[in-house]
Write a new protein. Structure first.
Length: 481
């Protein structure tokens, strides 16, 4: 899952409408080369004044790929963001728009142009994830164009070949997120023919009153119909997304949602606790006092209900929020959590290549109009940093049931921050004593290697434990555990 910005205002004029169009062709020097500013005499009385500052230089993905500082290797994963929605759910902070200007064709043409520009940096693609927004809202004829572009621009041979294998034996994956209200038999047939082998359905809840609280517009009965439609089209892998800790929701209602998802025959369930993100309608309503958030004890009880229901059905928690039958884990999301590389296309899509992270501009008008060599203008670029990379590995690795390779991590930590290996070891030992990390002796017997793995109680404190371990990588005085 990607980080995005709230929806753009369709009534707000775009930059090209509010004034003369400016093309920013100056390349931003990589790693911030500084220049001395020109000096002007500021004498407004005599008609002399410094000129206005120049517009900021833009950084494009092509600039990043061209950097001699980076050791590029072929990328095997791809994220695509389709921003269109027919309604903005109040909890959602992903970039999405209710398009009133019929820009689906323009978007698809631009997206294909970007994909062709990214393809030289890809190897054989192993995982693709199309998220949004609502990808299933894209017209079927445009899906034909997009899938043809992907097949022409990238090597999808392994994805196509692996579709003949049983799901548990595949090491590839092509997922498309779908809303149960916008799927059709024609869409599923098109996706299946184009290489897609996994459908992720956003159910969120099977209780109409909780969908109303979330401002989620779909009929719960249509989730089951969408699952049946996907199976009939040949999809062996179907995932369902659910949200818990919705204001007014009870533990019994949450348990009923889980059991309903299982009864539909899904092989993967993502269970997200509702978070109140900044700049969302849900957070604004909370501040207005329209509802009260679920109390912590009830939220913890919902976690326990999740483990009981899904484990009882044979599913395994392989990540803090994700559960699957053996072999049905999301390969693409595992690439995120294992800090692998992935390319990204579409407005607001985030990428990670050669240790650099960046995000495409989030506004659709900007995405359509501002490009260089087919690539998007980007923001929030973070260049390779060994300490940051270790912190990210701790943060994401602890979320996985496989945990962290402690010997590798401590060796790398010592290399970038002398003394940190000892601090990490002592903190893990304390967390193990508190019952939040699997004891080393037990872990060795099961995994044959030293790994740091959270217990169930540790999962409830995953963010705090990760922050505590990341703090051990700080230079200078270290805060106490």
């Amino acid at each position: 899952m990607q980080e995005h910005v709230n929806s753009e205002s369709e009534n707000q004029p775009s930059p090209k409408q509010s004034g003369p169009k400016v093309l920013y062709n100056t390349r931003l020097p990589l790693f911030h080369q500084t220049q001395q500013p020109t000096t002007f005499v500021n004498d407004k009385a005599n008609g002399f004044a410094p000129p206005p500052p120049p517009p900021p230089a833009r950084l494009f993905a092509s600039d990043i790929f061209a950097s001699p500082k980076l050791a590029l290797t072929p990328v095997e994963s791809l994220y695509i963001h389709v921003p269109f929605c027919f309604h903005k759910c109040h909890y959602c902070d992903f970039y999405s728009i209710v398009d009133t200007r019929d820009r689906q064709k323009a978007f698809t043409d631009r997206l294909c142009n970007e994909l062709r520009a990214l393809s030289p940096y890809a190897g054989k693609i192993k995982t693709i994830f199309v998220g949004g927004g609502t990808p299933s809202l894209l017209r079927v004829d445009l899906w034909h164009d997009l899938l043809a572009c992907l097949s022409d621009a990238f090597d999808l041979s392994e994805i196509h070949a692996n579709k003949a294998l049983p799901p548990a034996q595949r090491d590839t994956e092509f997922t498309v997120e779908c809303n149960p209200e916008t799927v059709t038999t024609e869409l599923f047939d098109t996706l299946n023919a184009g290489g897609v082998d996994r459908i992720s359905l956003g159910a969120q809840s099977f209780h109409p009153q909780h969908l109303k609280t979330l401002e989620r517009w779909h009929d719960p009965a249509n989730v089951g119909k969408a699952v049946q439609m996907a199976r009939a089209a040949g999809f062996a892998r179907v995932s369902i997304d659910l949200i818990f800790a919705i204001p007014g929701q009870t533990v019994d209602e949450w348990r009923a949602d889980l059991l309903t998802a299982l009864a539909l025959g899904t092989d993967h369930v993502s269970c997200y606790n509702l978070t109140y993100e900044a700049n969302t309608a849900m957070t604004a309503r909370l501040k207005k006092g329209e509802f009260e958030p679920i109390d912590e004890d009830t939220e913890i009880a919902m976690y326990h209900a999740t483990w009981q229901a899904l484990r009882g059905a044979g599913m395994r928690r392989y990540e803090v929020s994700n559960y699957a039958f053996a072999g049905q884990e999301s390969r693409h999301n595992l690439a995120y959590w294992r800090q692998s590389q992935w390319l990204a296309a579409g407005p607001s899509a985030s990428a990670h290549v050669a240790g650099v992270r960046w995000k495409n501009l989030p506004r659709l008008d900007d995405y359509l109009d501002i490009q260089r060599d087919g690539t998007s203008a980007v923001m929030d670029a973070e260049w390779p940093d060994a300490t940051r990379a270790l912190r990210e590995r701790i943060m994401t690795g602890l979320r996985l049931a496989e945990g962290l390779d402690s010997e590798r991590l401590t060796a790398q930590a010592e290399g970038v921050c002398p003394g940190s290996a000892r601090r990490l070891e002592s903190r893990i030992a304390l967390h193990a004593q508190q019952g939040n990390v699997v004891p080393e002796a037990e872990n060795r017997a099961e995994n044959k290697l030293r790994r740091w793995v959270l217990t169930d109680s540790g999962v409830l404190m995953a963010d705090a434990i990760a922050a505590n371990l990341m703090d051990a990588l700080r230079q200078g005085p270290i805060r106490q555990v």
